[in-house]
Design a protein around this ligand. Sequence first.
Ligand code: HEC
Length: 152
Amino acid sequence: MKPLSSLKTVILIAALIFSGLAYAHSGAKGVIKQRMDAMSDIAKNMKIIGAMMKNGEFNALTLSASALNIQNHANQISEQFPTDSLEMPSEALPAIWVEWDDFIKIADKLGNDAGKLAGIATSSMDQNEVKTQFQLAAKSCSGCHEKFRLKK
Ligand code: HEC
């Protein structure tokens, strides 16, 4: 058998890595899969904005697209947590339905802060404002996870 060409090897390895990613949520179904995917997408967009601030290359279009994406996801949180939807492999905690108002308040705050971030992108695009607003949005992630998501 011929040894694999290096290109083939690279493709093979890439395929393995990506299938690993795709199946990280295997087992998750329905609304639980939906919200896990949504959260992953939120995280992806936070990373895009974070990277932009880190390397100082501010781009209004990228910022506004990512911020609006986060806002959209945040607005759907109230529909993605039907009562007691805790099937494996969900990391949601029952506290969500005990303290629903608080849970939704944090989701709304994230939507609000992400919307403001998009607003900055289409107005001043002031880098300090972006940073402050980004940090406010990030606080909602940890604030909500702290109370409502299983710790690893
Ligand atoms: C209102 C509450 C709330 C807010 C706000 C929130 N999260 Fe989550 N997040 C959760 C819950 C609950 C889970 C667990 C969902 C499940 O496993 O069913 C979760 C799961 C996740 C996951 C894991 C998804 C997976 O693949 O299992 C990531 C990543 C994540 N959140 C990122 C973020 C980031 C980044 C932000 C802020 C921009 C954020 N979240 C804001 C409640 C929230």
